[in-house]
Design a protein around this ligand. Sequence first.
Ligand SMILES: *Cc1c(COP(=O)(O)O)cnc(C)c1O
Length: 319
Amino acid sequence: MAIDRSTIWPYEDGEPGEFYYQRYGHPAGAEAERALGALDGGHALVFPSGAGATTALVLAFLNPGDTVALAEGAYFGTGVTLAQFERWGLRYVEYDQTGAPPGDVQLVWTEAPSNPFLTMPDLDAAAAHPAPLVVDATVATPVHLRPLEHGADFVLHSATKYLGGHDDVLLGAVVCKRADEAERLREFQTRSGIVAAPDACWLLQRGLKTLEVRVRRQTESARELARRLEQHAKVAVVRYPGFGGLLSFDVDGATAARAVETSLELITNATSLGGVTSVLEARARWEGDRVPPGLLRLSVGLEPVDALWADLEQALGRL
Ligand SMILES: *Cc1c(COP(=O)(O)O)cnc(C)c1O
């Protein structure tokens, strides 16, 4: 696949064709959106990051004075992004997504499963709420969950994670259930300029081709590691929803967490998730006392599961 980096395309017989100016669309973006739309069963729009997708969704559909019900314990950055809009009169309240969302809100924002607590939302209760429903399915991916089939109006992805899959592209996406809402979001996106570049979209297309085999293998390994961690004497809690490549577990406090982080040899001590390389970090460094000081989040990559376990075992063995 060649990458067309043009910002302009000649008119045809004096009229703009499908592509004419890059901010309004380009071939790599259109192809990535077609592929992702098919995976999620809706109309996909790609954004330059997951946070950019969040910004566009909120600004396109909400008004000053509106309130978002945000899943408690969801991706730390989503609350941080929403807080940026408080100056413009947008509020958010946190709620326990395993139950029903609060009454007077204009948007319900869930995460399936939440990062790093790995809880699943009650999608029936959230879909029964009159407000539109967003499901951030970054961690589940369309391999394990297609939220539009469970009453969601919008699926949000940080495509930086599993969809890109190789820790080399920053991207986000929103998949809309309804064509008219996709059009409204497209209008906002192209007017505000929150658009993804051709090279990034090309890397997303590449990632999507192997998404299913990567995620199935990561799920298999994560399941096995969760099972072994549960039996380890130094591990207090293991959080794993039964699918996907992400899990978290607790060791006894911040010092123990740091010791595990710095003893690992195969698993990289780094942030983010969803790549082919396993990464682990203590989340308290970013989230403070919102998470236990000994909480370690592990994103399982494609290394052999026994090698990953040997690394965890030797690091935990130093505690
Ligand atoms: C990383 C992440 C985001 C933000 O995406 P970026 O691509 O980093 O902007 C949103 N939601 C979840 C669940 C994430 O893990």
